[in-house]
Design a protein around this ligand. Sequence first.
Ligand SMILES: [Fe+2]
Length: 370
Amino acid sequence: MNRFLLFFLVFTTASAVLHGLLAWRLHARGIPRARLIAVVGTCLLPLGRASRLLDLPDGFAVIEGAALLELAAVVVVAPLLVLLDFGTDRAVPAAQPGRRAALQKVSLGVATATGVIPPLWGIRARRDLDVVELPVRLPRLPKALDGYTIVQVSDVHVGEFLDEKDLARILERIRAHRADLVVMTGDLVHDRARHIPPAVAWLARLSALARHGAVAIPGNHEHYVGRDLVLSAISATGVRVLINQHTRIAEADGGGFVVGGVEDAFHGSDPAQAFREAPPDRARILLAHQPQIVRATAGVGVDLQLSGHTHGGQIRPLGPVAVGVLYPWVSGRYQVGPTTLYVNRGLGTSGPPSRVAVPPEVTKVVLVAG
Ligand SMILES: [Fe+2]
């Protein structure tokens, strides 16, 4: 079965179960049309998905956005209502139906506020850009490059929920940080070919801000859009695309350092191939969209790996917990053997167009020699 179809079926089934739980608890409160609410809620997601499959104009994405936000709320509201009702039934004797009903009203208010307010607040908060400074010591870095600045952008997901206005605003924030090199670690475009031109033009403008330009690698979403379409458009601007390859940066400054880039982990990443024939006495920085590639870098001599993909879990508190089940490296800095791994939280969104206490990020990596 097609991987996307399977994922969609699992997702829709989980949504139906959660909406079923919600209907059950609303019905217990005597709320009319509780089942209808649940059916409409469950159908919203397939409707939104259909609008995307039919490639309807960007404005229709509001259906899918609303469906995913509603689901993010129901994921919290439905189990919380079940728990609160269980607690109420244990605490209040059945002989006091009035008191039970009053407590059920309170628990409905608490559960609704807990589930609904954060994802709605996160619609606006998804634009609260955070620039994170990351000093990293590289023993093989020439003294001449001490303080060299790499700006990492990742998971931009240019599309219906991150447009040219957002891109311009992000670019202005980056301009102030005077990058020597820009690296883009995958998922530049969300999933539609019509968003490739503005995304690539933005990356080219970023590249022009840095004295050594920009380097890019594919993420999994490049494959959903059409990997060759995106990568050839990027290459045409002069931005270097690395697919299991490396390039030497700032060679004139004491020999410089090496940047390697790998293909997305779902599509054949090979760190050893990326650094084949790279000079062994130079510092090595690896760009890998998915952080777990760090497991495949033993013996490759990677000093620093820059990754993304996880979005930091995107919506707290459940998002980082769920992502952590799949990836032990959710966001931030980790030391994995000899390699410093940094996982950027990304700029855009995937799933609900919302970020809750996981702000979008640009990473300013400052290299320290010796
Ligand atoms: Fe992503």
